[in-house]
Design a protein around this ligand. Structure first.
Ligand code: AMP
Length: 215
């Protein structure tokens, strides 16, 4: 089962994908997490891509494709995957098509005001990457991860000036891919118009689409 998740930054891709992983038994692969890990570990690649990520710009295709291919070659990804944040350009979509292919593309439709509210209130665990929200998905203890006890922080690119640029980049470079997958008959739309909708409700909607497609 090879699934890709589309949706603007802050549409909940990461939150839903990490829940789907435990329901479906296939890995959640987030290129954004991979980018942040390279930067954190100060690798050669990390030093090159930091500036793109900090400004909300896309990392060059060759770099991100190499990172992803390395990950897709690991044994756990052989049975399938849920991709979150990839593909983001036509070139990335074509490379994915040539290498592993896609069975289903989920498109999360979320209005801009919900996105902005969600991103500016998002907190992420430094240790395990779990995602929280100051309004809708609060940790039990302030600034501490419920799952691993790690410290919660605000991503550098969740600051207001970068959020708008990330939304622009999404509209310009990534939205055209939605039509690419729609034409292939692989795209299914899921709407989420309300900031307060609990993640379980959206995950349930996605699971029913998956059940329709895969039986
Ligand atoms: P995300 O967590 O998916 O919002 O990604 C954070 C940042 O990582 C993005 O703003 C980009 O700078 C970079 N990034 C992640 N995935 C990709 C991709 N598929 N193509 C180019 N850049 C990416």
């Amino acid at each position: 089962m090879r699934i890709v998740m589309f949706g603007p930054p802050g549409s909940g891709k990461g939150t839903y994908a990490s829940r789907l992983t435990s329901l479906l038994g296939i890995p959640h692969i987030s290129t954004g997490d991979m980018v942040r890990e390279e930067i954190r570990a100060q690798t050669e690649i990390g030093k090159i891509i930091k500036d793109y990520s900090d400004k909300g710009k896309l990392v060059p295709d060759e770099i991100i494709v190499n990172l992803l291919m390395r990950r897709l070659n690991e044994p756990d990804a052989k049975r399938g995957f849920i991709l979150d944040g990839f593909p983001r350009t036509m070139r990335q979509a074509e490379t994915l098509e040539e290498t592993s292919g896609v069975d289903l593309a989920i498109n999360l439709n979320v209005p801009d005001d919900v996105i902005i509210q969600r991103l500016s209130n998002r907190l992420v665990c430094k240790r395990c990457g779990a995602i929280y929200n100051k309004l809708t998905l609060k940790p039990k203890i302030d600034e501490i991860c419920d799952i691993c006890g790690g410290e919660l922080y605000q991503r550098d690119d969740d600051k207001p000036e970068v959020i708008q640029e990330r939304l622009n980049v999404y509209r310009r470079s990534t939205e055209p891919l939605i039509e690419y997958y729609r034409k292939k008959g692989l795209l299914r739309d899921i709407s989420c118009n309300n900031l307060m909708t609990p993640p379980e409700e959206i995950v349930e909607k996605i699971m029913s689409v998956i059940q329709e497609e895969f039986g």
